[in-house]
Ligand binder design. Structure first.
Ligand code: DX5
Ligand code: ZN
Length: 224
């Protein structure tokens, strides 16, 4: 498996001190900043947009991993690229032309990926494996932090890991496999074993007194 990346979701950060939170979590050993964009249309919640991405961009060189929970998708892609996003993922059922949206993201110099909800079929991957850099599997229904990991995600993860490995064996590019929702110290090990290589964690990290201690414990679990 590729090296594990920890991607704290700033959805659970203290928004009144967002810059400080981003700096602290990176100093504590985070690899990516997971940036949840919700539009009160695709999901029943409303969060942050390109202006906030632009505001945190100067604080770090670490990748900003933008998870779009918006519908439609295309108009916001160039805005996030300009705001300094490195990775942009979207939910395929929220885009009318999935292939076009993936191309648009790459044309803007970002890594492109699809996000699959707990009940979304893997068939969305069928004709676009060569056009994606990352697959984000939701292990909760999108919209809120602090929900419980849906156990059925583990089987889905194993299936996606197999597809990625076959794709690479057949000469395809590498594809990251990220998991989002309910990732904690007590389940990250089995999530890793099922094939994930990037781990979003919001409520497991933010709001806790010592980010470095939590990230260290997450890493220890996946190193076991
Ligand atoms: C949910 C978001 C997640 C969320 C994860 O729609 O996409 O990134 O913040 O939060 P936890 O880790 O608390 O489940
Ligand atoms: Zn997310």
């Amino acid at each position: 498996l590729p090296a594990a990346r920890i991607a704290p979701s700033i959805l659970s950060a203290d928004f009144a001190r967002l810059g400080e939170e981003v700096k602290n979590v990176l100093a504590a050993g985070a690899d990516w900043i997971h940036f949840d964009v919700m539009d009160n249309h695709y999901v029943p919640n409303l969060t942050i947009g390109p202006m906030v991405c632009e505001a945190i961009r100067p604080l770090t060189n670490a990748p900003i991993d933008v998870h779009l929970m918006v519908e439609p998708v295309d108009a916001i892609v160039p805005m996030f690229a300009k705001a300094g996003a490195n990775i942009i993922t979207f939910h395929p059922e929220a885009s009318r032309h999935v292939d076009r949206t993936l191309g648009l993201i790459r044309e803007h110099g970002c890594k492109a990926g699809l996000v699959l909800n707990p009940a979304t079929s893997l068939s969305y991957l069928d004709h676009v494996m060569d056009k994606i850099d990352i697959i984000l599997l939701m292990s909760v229904n999108p919209g809120f932090g602090g929900q419980s990991f849906i156990p059925g995600t583990l089987d889905k993860l194993r299936a996606v890991r197999t597809r990625i490995d076959q794709h690479v064996e057949n000469g395809g590019q590498s594809i990251d496999l990220e998991v989002d929702g309910g990732v904690k110290i007590d389940n990250i090990r089995e999530i890793r074993a099922a094939g994930a290589d990037a781990f979003v964690a919001g409520s497991a990290i933010f709001g806790k007194p010592d980010y470095a201690a939590i990230i260290k414990q997450l890493r220890e679990q996946i190193a076991l």
